[in-house]
Design a protein around this ligand. Structure first.
Ligand code: SF4
Length: 650
């Protein structure tokens, strides 16, 4: 049956809402396929507004991977702002895709990518507007399967009631596997209903089906155990890891937005994973091991992205871009190619100790000096040992001095507040560091026109990290420390005016903490707060801490637990964690030992350059570190592609 567009219904509402262009689709490189010519229909969502969702790389990659299949079509949907939501509810307009304005409820699979847990209420809005029952248990063959992916899917327990499937790790191969199983099941006439399809997925060991697991609790509120309730559901579900990224050079045709978005640039991911071992960093832990794209592929992807989008900036993405074994060659070769053009390069994330003056010079050869951001994360040497961010004050000063002398006038430093064992003094050290940065910058440039912005956010302990057992700092103490730091910076007559200070209060962090380390009982909190009107929780102007706390009080009233229990409570070694049955590859004992090392302020090296220290990932996932150098070049005559050299691992 053809599925018709709802654009006619939508069109009359658009003059009455803000930024209507975000809902019209038709972007350069977007794809619309004939509904009846394919067997599998996917809709993907980044559960935030178009301006945040469109640049999301995960969705962009999977959109292409799926649309490249002849038997599949894939469209996108974004969160509609509250003004349009109201009108859609009034007129009965369902959640729609921006590609062909088809109703989301008509698709086979509705996949959501969560970079942060604060998108959960937006997911509920979209499900509800699509006319899909909120609870997976109430869905029938008429409804799509709802799939959660992205980093938050490594603990999807708080949204277990609302999703059908969670995919851990890289999505490229996983969405193909899911599609093949779906197409087969549909071609057989959908035998056994929804359950049969879900069983086929569960059997592979790589798809988590929450309803096939039972959670039992102890009287004190902790989890007693999580057990499969279906004989074919595995005890542990594995993450997916794509090896050899050169075989997956996506996105090949990045979308060019119709409306303004947070990043107006093409992005090329130069490697995936990070083994630096920063203990707070969930992204680094769950994406191990490091897998580099070769310099040749990076070069081709950059050239292609510039050609097919017309963007004038290309961001070389990864968790720490200057760590690529051939970053110098990449930057130099690309700077050669684009010299004299309007195309510029940027490294959106750079470690203090990996940045150097040559790289700085290459990146600015085209005359553009966008801001530089470094993330020492902790203000004192002691706290940096606790978090394993082994950046010395000397490193930082050397790096920013290189940047200032290469012509930058503005450096942004990112820190966290509320790290385990932190004291007021650790946070006040940030002011000292910032002043030293300005002093060194003035000295090297001979100018007082030097600025440094300190940006600081509250730390939220995350699953699958050594800090998964840690107590989160309460928001009152977080705010107190942030204010102490603000006063310390502002009161300084000599440097205060040269230092910008940006901070977020501690309350959103507590909600994020509840959702990050929550279990299935938190689902009721999410549903309650959503029913009470919560939307766009990642946006300061929409977020209401009071609403969340009231919803939590009501939803957890009959349980032995509360918000503090989930957030500011330290967990013990023997506690069953809600995500223990979800396998990121990291050995739980290794994480615990790393947590103990952290408390002893002991550091751990990067396994890219030292022997493997058995975190468990490579053995468990049958993967290995893939790093160069390949000795290749980007242009003018790319050498024949050599294999990435594979070093230690399993
Ligand atoms: S298993 Fe070894 S080589 Fe692989 S990521 Fe862990 S420490 Fe590194």
């Amino acid at each position: 049956m053809p599925v018709s567009s709802v654009f006619d219904q939508l069109e009359s509402l658009l003059p009455h809402v803000q930024k209507p262009v975000q809902y019209v689709g038709g972007e350069l490189n977007s794809v619309v396929k004939d509904w009846d010519s394919v067997s599998a229909h996917w809709v993907l969502m980044y559960p935030d507004a178009y301006e945040v969702g469109l640049p999301n790389q995960g969705v962009a990659i999977l959109y292409e991977v799926l649309n490249e299949r002849e038997d599949t079509l894939c469209e996108r949907t974004y969160s509609v702002w509250t003004d349009l939501e109201k009108l859609m509810r009034r007129d009965g307009v369902p959640q729609f895709t921006v590609d062909a304005h088809r109703p989301v409820g008509a698709f086979d699979v509705f996949g959501l990518s969560f970079a942060t847990e604060l998108g959960y209420t937006n997911m509920l809005t979209a499900i509800d507007l699509a006319g899909i029952p909120l609870h997976a248990a109430d869905r029938t063959l008429d409804h799509p399967f709802i799939v959660a992916g992205g980093h938050a899917a490594f603990n999807p327990e708080p949204i277990a009631d609302f999703i059908d499937i969670a995919i851990l790790g890289d999505g490229e191969e996983a969405v193909i596997a899911l599609t093949e199983i779906l197409v087969q099941w549909k071609s057989e006439g959908r035998p056994g209903g929804r359950d049969e399809f879900l069983i086929r997925l569960a059997r592979t060991g790589g798809f988590y089906i929450p309803r096939f697991y039972e959670v039992e609790y102890l009287e004190d509120g902790r989890i007693r155990r999580v057990t499969p309730s279906h004989p074919e559901a595995p005890w542990r579900v594995s993450k997916h890891t794509v090896m050899d990224l050169d075989n997956w050079p996506y996105p090949k045709a990045p979308l060019v937005p119709m409306a303004e978005t947070v990043h107006e640039r093409a992005s090329v991911e130069i490697f995936r994973g990070c083994t630096r071992g920063c203990r707070f960093c969930q992204a680094g832990m769950i994406t191990r091991p490091v897998r580099e794209r070769s310099i040749e592929t990076v070069g081709k992807m950059v050239q292609n992205a510039v050609e097919v989008t017309g963007f004038e900036e290309v961001g070389l993405l990864s968790l720490s871009s200057a760590d690529h074994s051939e970053i110098q060659g990449i930057a130099k070769d690309l700077a050669d190619i684009y010299e004299g053009t309007h195309t510029s390069l940027s490294l959106p994330s750079t470690r203090v100790d990996a940045f150097n003056i040559d790289l700085a010079n290459e990146l600015t050869r085209n005359g553009r000096r966008s801001g530089l951001t470094f993330a020492p994360e902790g203000g004192s040497e002691r706290i940096r040992a606790v978090i394993n961010k082994m950046v010395t004050e000397e490193d930082l000063i050397r790096t920013v001095t290189a940047a200032y002398s290469a012509g930058w006038r503005q450096v942004k430093l990112y820190f966290m507040c509320g790290l385990p064992t932190e004291t007021d003094e650790d946070v006040l050290q940030i002011a000292k560091l910032a002043k030293e940065v300005i002093r060194a910058g003035r000295e090297v440039t001979g100018s007082r026109d030097i600025r440094c912005t300190v940006s600081i956010g509250g730390f939220v302990p995350k699953p699958h990290t050594p800090f998964q057992w840690a107590a989160q700092l309460d928001h009152e103490t977080t705010d107190h420390r942030l204010h102490l730091l603000r006063d310390e910076i502002r009161q300084d007559r000599n440097y205060g005016k040269a230092i910008g200070y940006r901070y977020h209060d501690g309350k959103p962090g507590i909600v994020e903490g509840l959702l990050s380390r929550g279990d299935r009982r938190v689902g009721k909190v999410i549903e309650t707060v959503w029913r009470n009107g919560a939307r766009f929780d990642g946006w300061q102007e929409h977020f209401s801490f009071t609403n969340w706390m009231e919803a939590a009080d009501a939803a957890l009233a009959d349980t032995a637990v509360d918000v503090a229990w989930f957030t500011t409570r330290e967990r013990q070694h023997d506690e069953v964690l809600p995500w223990d049955h979800l396998d990121s590859g990291l050995d739980k004992e290794w994480l615990w030992e790393d947590w103990q090392d952290s408390l002893n302020e002991e550091s751990v090296e990067d396994c890219r350059w030292t022997p493997c220290f058995d975190c468990g990932v490579c053995d468990q996932m049958s993967t290995s570190i893939q790093i160069g150098p390949t000795q290749g070049t980007v242009l003018p005559m790319p050498v024949l592609k050599k294999s990435l050299s594979v070093t230690h691992g399993s």
